[in-house]
Design a protein around this ligand. Structure first.
Ligand code: PEP
Ligand code: MN
Length: 362
């Protein structure tokens, strides 16, 4: 993907101070609230200021944002602090208002990325404009949909693009509001290493107590920045009160994060690391070979079952095998969660292999 990196967006964003910090309130509520929250966020190290003007809410009747009247407030906050500002746009009308008010950066919300019609409408409205766009992951864990949204903007000639990982709305499971499913942004980065990803711990966590754990993890996974909702008085915020922090809270959070280097030129370290990686490469090859052999035996059993008119799945056997393998794995030192997932995935493939054998003409 031919995207332009944040430092080259022409917005004077100091990427040496990386990772990039985007902060500001979930929603613009009053001019004073926006100005105070953004001033505080800037003092604590924010490099881009945010505020939601139009808010996508789950149920009607909750606070749906102040609308157009808030646009000059966030712009003024940007001018006063010398920082670029970003707001969410969800349709062509929002885009027009944002461009008219010279908003520096747009973001696409998770409930918009999920809808290709809406994404296309926004991309079309941006044709001919040179403005950066941050694209949040869709609410559902669908990597292709996320990639598709980026492609729609690229096709419209927008190439100042970065991603925001804000977690996924899958079966609710404590403690997070949205499950991080780190493997999805990591796979995006693996396929398109050039594109930067900012983590949004606020919407992943849903409560401020969890922010530091997710922020640290994002740092340790080499994310390129953080977006943290920051409000001058979070407890009375009109949206997302539980997850917002005060500017001081933001400062404290950032101060406590440990930044590890992604690279080092220490030759001993590099040599030892390389040796360990050679071990891993060879163990992975062995594991693959073992799985290939296992699947050969699985197909052999499948043929045998077919000849004797026996079903693929015998519940007793599967149940016993599952318990046996999980406890053997745990005894051998693997974690229970990993052992269960591993056995399950191997079994699913074994069933699939036997189905192929059963359905093959012979
Ligand atoms: C937000 O950033 O305030 C927001 C509405 O986020 P999301 O689209 O991730 O829910
Ligand atoms: Mn929010």
């Amino acid at each position: 993907m031919n995207t332009i990196k944040i430092k080259d967006w022409g917005l004077n964003i100091n990427s040496d101070k990386a990772p990039l910090i985007i902060a500001g309130p979930c929603s613009a509520e009053t001019e004073t609230q926006v100005l105070q929250s953004c001033k505080g966020a800037t003092e604590q190290g924010a490099q881009i200021l945010r505020a939601g003007i139009w808010k996508p809410r789950t149920r009607p009747g909750s606070f749906e944002g102040v609308g157009n009247v808030g646009l000059p407030w966030i712009k003024k906050a940007g001018n006063k602090n010398g920082l670029p500002v970003t707001i969410e746009v969800a349709n062509a009308k929002h885009v027009k208002e944002a461009l008219d008010h010279k908003i520096d950066i747009l973001w696409i919300g998770a409930r918009t990325t999920v809808n290709p019609f809406a994404v296309q409408e926004i991309a079309d409205a941006l044709k001919g404009h040179d403005i950066p766009v941050l694209i949040k992951n869709p609410v559902n864990p669908d990597l292709e949909l996320w990639i598709g949204a980026v492609e729609r903007f690229l096709d419209a000639g927008i190439n100042k693009i970065a991603l925001i990982h804000r977690g996924f709305s899958v079966t609710k499971s404590a403690p997070f509001r949205n499950q991080p499913l780190w493997e999805i942004p990591i796979e995006f980065k693996r396929r398109y290493p050039n594109i930067e990803i900012i983590c949004d711990p606020s919407h992943i966590c849903g409560k401020r107590e969890l922010l530091s754990q997710i922020s640290q993890k994002a740092f340790d996974l080499s994310f390129d920045g953080l977006m943290i909702e920051t409000h001058i008085n979070p407890d009375v915020a009109l949206s997302d009160a539980l997850q917002q922090v005060t500017p001081e809270g933001l400062g404290q959070l950032l101060k406590n994060l440990i930044r590890r280097k992604t690279l080092t030129d220490n030759v001993d370290f590099l040599a030892n690391l390389e040796a360990l990686r050679v071990d891993i490469d060879s163990l992975d090859r062995d594991s693959i070979e073992l799985l290939v052999k296992r699947m050969e035996v699985v197909r052999e059993i499948g043929r045998y079952k077919k000849e004797n008119g026996v079903t693929i799945l015998q519940m007793n056997r599967w149940s016993k095998l599952f318990d046996d393998r999980v406890s053997a794995s745990i005894d051998a030192g693997l974690s229970e969660i990993f052992a269960k997932a591993l056995i399950q995935v191997i079994h699913n493939e074994s069933i699939r292999q036997q189905e192929m054998v059963m359905n093959a003409e012979s």
